[in-house]
Design a binder for this molecule. Structure first.
Ligand code: IPM
Ligand code: MG
Length: 351
């Protein structure tokens, strides 16, 4: 098949992990007879330096015209002064909005070979396999923001339609998995959460009677997530709760560097990115974990290009590289750590 992929390496470790992502895409194209056109574009802080805009028009146009967008990471101290007028993060939010990718899927699986890598006890982690569905284009991230002399305001708004479509996405995933959905809110305090709960209850009763629905308050969910993570199947929540809880959930897998994500809208086009940030503290040293990016490439192959066999092959190769001990310092512990590129080599060799 022929596919156009917009590649946004971004800032910090973004370009380092993206180099491995592109190597894998090229290798898969060659081995399976596909033509992937990869177009690298400026984005985030790198684009601010170049053009003054974190999401230049040319980048946005190319993303809208592509079959899929693959993103590394953005941000860094250089662009994050409290007074800064433009920020890399505005580019990311603008891109998510412009692509209409309201459903952010963040799967969390615990690899048997990494049971010891987490700070949590192995017996709690064994068999964990859950899927976070985070609402990505609404809520407090996108509401009015105001700063006055002695105060600041961030508005959080959700519409019925926004809640319905994200809950539908999550419920459909639950139907393909273990038929359990936990909806996370703060309905004891927030009006948006009370609407969320009401809409979710009705929609699940009317459209998904085969999926068990449980409501959970976000503080309680944060606790249960590390107390009994195996009990969760699909979790759906609003934008900011999802941001916070998925960083927490990454510790089940052992490292933030392992987690991929897919952001999807109505069509096949999607935005794929590891959930980690630009990690300025380790940028430029060639030690970032590329597996979150490679697993994001697998999600891209599966969801946007419908290349399930290639996606499976890549996930299997990453899993085997992990078993073989090709681990970057975030996972290697006191053992022998490999570099970003060596981790990429280990995967390529097994593809
Ligand atoms: C994420 C990140 C972003 C977010 C930042 C970089 C704006 O933390 O994708 O989880 O908050 O959505
Ligand atoms: Mg985050």
């Amino acid at each position: 098949m022929k596919a156009h992929i917009a590649v946004l390496p971004g800032d910090g470790i973004g370009p380092e992990v993206m180099a491995e992502g592109m190597r894998c895409l090229r290798a898969l194209a060659e081995r399976h007879g596909h033509t992937f056109t990869l177009t690298e574009l400026p984005f985030g802080g790198a684009a601010i330096d170049l053009t003054g805009n974190p999401l230049p028009d040319e980048t946005l146009r190319a993303c809208l015209a592509a079959d899929a967008v693959l993103l590394g990471a953005i941000g860094g101290p250089k662009w994050s002064a409290p007074q800064a007028k433009v920020r890399p993060e505005q580019g990311l939010l603008g891109l998510r909005r412009a692509l209409g990718v309201y459903a952010n899927l963040r799967p969390v699986r615990v690899h048997p070979a990494l049971l010891g890598a987490s700070t949590l006890k192995p017996e709690i982690l064994k068999g964990v396999d859950l899927m976070f569905v985070r609402e990505l284009t609404g809520g407090i991230y996108f509401g009015d923001k105001r700063r006055e002399a002695g105060s600041a305001t961030d508005v959080c708004t959700y519409t019925v339609a926004e809640i319905e479509r994200i809950v539908r996405s999550a419920a459909r995933l639950a139907q393909q998995r273990r038929h359990k959905l936990v909806s996370i809110d703060k309905a004891n305090v927030l009006e948006t959460s009370r609407l969320w709960r009401e809409v979710t209850t009705r929609l699940m009763r009317e459209e998904f009677p085969d999926v068990t629905l449980e409501h959970m308050l976000v503080d309680s969910a944060a606790m249960h997530l590390i107390r009994r993570p195996r009990d969760f199947d699909v979790l759906v929540t609003e934008n900011m709760f999802g941001d916070i809880l998925t960083d927490e959930a990454s510790m089940l897998a052992g490292s933030l560097g392992l987690l991929p994500s897919a952001s999807l809208g109505e069509g096949r086009r999607g935005l794929y990115e590891p959930i980690h940030g630009s990690a300025p503290d380790i940028a430029g040293r060639g030690i970032a974990n590329p597996y979150g990016t490679l697993l994001s490439v697998a999600l891209l192959l599966r969801h946007s290009l419908t290349l399930a066999a290639e996606a499976d092959a890549l996930e299997k190769a990453v899993s085997e590289a992990i078993i073989a001990g090709a681990l970057t310092p975030d996972l290697a512990g006191a053992g022998q750590a490999v570099t970003t590129q060596e981790a990429g080599d280990a995967v390529l060799k097994r593809l």
